[in-house]
Design a protein. Structure first.
Length: 211
């Protein structure tokens, strides 16, 4: 009896582990490569996270949703949600990603799954919308005026410039982003937004408020 039960459990275990969607492997990939707070894995560090939360609280009274371009695994999206919760003001948070890049080198469908898993709680607690799209396609259909923008997607000069230009042109009052220390990002920020109204935190996060 016990032997048969054990055998059936063992079979289930084997089936679970031989599937292409090996949940345990996915989770260990996530834990080892994208441990929150480390920074340097493509996502913001703990210090940057704290600053981002403060910025969201600071601009809580501006009307309109929050938009993030570049979700990755949802670490900065969680910070945006945390800021909204702390501010006590209800706001929609859009986070956009095409799952084209991740530091673990996993396939886009697994990247998508990990991100969704990671954002389950934030989605329950806030009005978070996970947008599965390229930034370019998102811009074609997005018709709202965001109160706060966070740019952290493709870091090439042309791409950052396009992201910044889109939000500047639609009238976003506050545009922020990551990796200001990257020469391409730095150049795009200065060309599109200029120096007036620009603040920099730890050399890496930038915040521009419309003068
Ligand atoms: C540096 S990571 C974002 C890190 C995230 N903000 C964090 O701190 O947790 C960049 C992300 O942007 C996404 N990405 C790159 N180019 C994109 C594009 N054109 N449209 C949408 N997402 C893009 C990548 O798939 C990747 O997940």
């Amino acid at each position: 009896m016990y032997y048969l039960k054990g055998l059936s459990l063992l079979r289930k275990f084997k089936r679970f582990h031989s599937g292409s969607d090996n949940a345990l492997r996915m989770l260990s990939e996530y834990v080892s490569y994208a441990e929150p707070g480390k920074g340097g894995n493509g996502q913001i560090s703990d210090q940057e996270r704290d600053e981002l939360i403060k910025w969201v609280v600071r601009f809580k009274d501006l009307p309109g949703p929050i938009v993030e371009i570049g979700t990755l695994l949802g670490y900065s999206a969680q910070a945006l949600c945390e800021g909204v919760l702390q501010s006590g003001v209800r706001k929609t948070i859009y986070t956009v990603d095409n799952y084209g890049w991740n530091p673990m080198g996993v396939q886009p469908y697994r990247h998508r799954m990990l991100t969704k898993l990671n954002l389950v709680l934030a989605k329950r607690l806030t009005d978070l919308v996970i947008v599965d799209s390229t930034a370019e396609d998102f811009y074609k259909s997005f018709k709202e005026l965001p109160s706060f923008v966070f740019i952290d997607a493709d870091h090439t000069y042309a791409s950052v410039k396009k992201d910044l230009q889109f939000f500047k042109d639609i009238g976003s009052p506050v545009i922020s982003g990551h990796d200001y220390n990257f020469p391409d990002v730095h150049r795009a920020v200065h060309e599109v937004l200029g120096e007036e109204g620009l603040e920099v935190f730890s050399g890496t996060l930038f915040l521009w408020t419309r003068p």
